[in-house]
Design a protein around this ligand. Structure first.
Ligand code: URA
Length: 424
C-alpha cells in the first residue's frame, strides 16, 4: 500500500506512532528513491525530537533488514558470535578480540566500518598492514569463516542498503544522535550479517556518541531487545570512553599495540576489555573456553596471523613509521588527572589518522602515542605524549587539541571502572 510521505512525516511530527504499514512503505520507498532526501530528513528530525515506541523501533529495524540481503552462515559449523562497539578513541579491541574468540572455538563474522571524525575505523587500522584488503565477496567471507574462524572486512553493498542511504543523510542533517535511529542502524546490519550471538560494547564519555550513562543505557537496552526479538542472543557492556583505550591512537600504532596484546603484553586496560568482551562472546556462543588461558597460550596470535594472511596481509611486514614526531613534556611534578578522549581523538584526526569526508584518504603512520595514563605519577620534564605525522604542518593544530586534553594535578584522581555495567 502506498502513502503520502507528507502524512507519515506529519504523524511523527505531531507525536503519533507510525503504523507497521507506514514504516514498511517509507523505508522501502526511500531506498528506491521514491521518498526524497528532504522528506526523509524531515522524518528523521521528527523521530529525533519525538522518539519511537519499542514496537516502531522493532518494525523500522525489520524494514531496514528487508531492504537488502541477509547472509546465511549455516554452512559454518562453529557457533557464530560478533561484537559491535559504538566507537571510541584508541578502540582497537576488535583486532585482538576477533582472533582470540576464534581461537576459543567460535567463528567471528566481523563486518566493520571506516572512521569518520575523531573516532577511528577498524578497516583503516587493518589497512596499515601491507597487502591487507578489506573487501571480500560473500563467498570469500563465508569460506574464511569456515577455514580460519575469524574475518574482519567491509560490509557488502547488499547489506541493509536503506541504512547506508539513511546514515549518510543523518550525518549531514544533525540527526545521527536519535537513539531509535542509532539502534536500528546498528542492529539491522548485525542481524542481516547472520550472526547467532552478539556482544555490544556501548561506550560512555567524552570520546563516545553517548556522553551520559543514562543515554548509553537506553541505547544498550534498545539494541539488546532488538537482537533478542530477532533470535540473536545479545548482551551489552557499558564501558568508559572518557579517556582513550591503551596508549596508541591512530592506525599503524594501534595495530602494533594489538599485536603486543596478542603476544601476552600490551596496556592493562586493552587487555582487561579484550578479556571481558571475549568472556561474554564465548558464553554467548555456548562455549566454555577460558580466554585468558587461550591468550597466554599463543593460539590467539596464530589465529591473528591466519586471519591477516587470508586477506592478503603480511603479519610480519614492518608497519609505517611517521616522518615527524613532536614530544610534549610535563611542566610540573604531580599526577596525570585527565587524558580526555575527545581531545586526543581530534588531535590524531588532525595529524592525518582520520578523515573529514568519507572519500578522504587516511595516513597509516599518523597518530598520538601516550606516555602516561590517568593516575600515573609524573615528574616535570617527563614525556606526556607524542604526536606523529608525515606532514609537519599538521602539528600546531593537533598540539592545540592534545595540549588541553592532558592535565597534570597535585592529587591523583579517583579510580574509574572500565566496565561500568552489563545489560542482558
Ligand atoms: N553506527 C552505526 O552503524 N549507525 C549509527 O547510527 C551510529 C553508529
Amino acid at each position: 500500500m502506498g502513502f503520502a510521505a507528507v502524512d507519515v512525516i506529519r504523524t511523527k511530527r505531531d507525536g503519533g506512532a507510525l503504523s507497521d504499514a507506514q514504516i514498511d512503505w517509507v523505508v522501502d520507498a526511500y531506498t528506491r528513491g521514491e521518498v526524497a532526501d528532504e522528506q526523509m530528513s524531515a522524518l528523521a528530525m521528527a523521530i529525533l525530537l519525538r522518539g519511537m515506541t519499542p514496537a516502531e523501533i522493532a518494525r523500522w529495524t525489520a524494514a531496514m533488514i528487508a531492504s537488502g540481503e541477509r547472509l546465511d552462515l549455516s554452512a559454518v559449523s562453529r557457533p557464530t558470535v560478533d561484537k559491535h562497539s559504538t566507537g571510541g578513541v584508541g578502540d582497537k579491541i576488535t583486532l585482538p578480540l576477533t582472533p582470540l574468540v576464534a581461537a576459543c572455538g567460535a567463528a567471528v563474522p566481523q563486518l566493520s566500518g571506516r572512521g569518520l571524525g575523531h573516532t577511528g575505523g577498524t578497516l583503516d587500522k587493518l589497512e596499515a598492514i601491507p597487502g591487507w584488503r578489506a573487501s571480500l565477496t560473500n563467498e570469500e567471507f563465508v569460506a574464511q569463516l569456515r577455514e580460519v574462524g575469524a574475518v574482519v572486512c567491509a560490509a557488502g553493498e547488499g547489506l541493509a542498503p536503506a541504512d547506508r542511504k539513511l546514515y549518510a543523510l543523518r550525518d549531514v542533517t544533525a540527526t545521527v544522535e536519535a537513539i531509535p535511529l542509532i539502534a536500528s542502524s546498528i542492529m539491522s546490519k548485525k542481524i542481516a550479517e547472520g550472526t547467532g550471538a552478539l556482544v555490544l560494547d556501548v561506550k560512555v564519555g567524552s570520546g563516545a556518541f553517548m556522553k551520559s550513562a543514562a543515554d548509553a543505557r537506553e541505547l544498550a537496552r534498545t539494541m539488546v531487545d532488538l537482537g533478542k526479538a530477532h533470535g540473536v542472543a545479545t548482551v551489552a557492556l557499558l564501558t568508559d570512553m572518557s579517556t582513550p583505550l591503551g596508549l596508541a591512537v591512530g592506525n599503524a600504532v594501534e595495530v602494533a599495540e594489538s599485536v603486543e596484546v596478542l603476544a601476552g603484553g600490551g596496556p592493562s586496560d586493552v587487555v582487561e576489555l579484550t578479556l571481558a568482551l571475549a568472556g561474554e562472546m564465548v558464553a554467548a556462543a555456548g562455549l566454555d573456553a577460558d580466554p585468558a588461558q587461550v591468550l597466554s597460550s599463543g593460539r590467539a596470535m596464530d589465529s591473528w596471523r591466519a586471519m591477516i594472511r587470508a586477506q592478503g596481509g603480511d603479519p610480519r611486514a614492518p608497519l609505517a613509521v611517521a616522518r615527524e614526531t613532536e614530544t610534549v613534556r610535563a611542566e610540573r611534578d604531580g599526577y596525570v588527572s585527565t587524558v580526555d578522549a575527545l581531545g586526543i581523538g581530534v588531535a590524531a584526526w588532525r595529524l592525518g589518522a582520520g578523515r573529514a569526508r568519507k572519500e578522504d584518504p587516511v595516513s597509516a603512520a599518523a597518530g598520538v602515542v601516550l606516555h602516561k595514563k590517568p593516575g600515573d605519577p609524573v615528574r616535570a620534564g617527563e614525556p606526556l605524549f607524542e604526536l606523529r605525522t608525515d606532514d609537519a604542518s599538521r602539528i600546531p593544530a593537533a598540539l592545540a587539541e592534545a595540549g588541553g586534553a592532558v592535565v597534570v594535578s597535585e592529587a591523583a584522581p579517583g579510580p574509574r571502572a572500565l566496565v561500568m555495567e552489563r545489560i542482558a
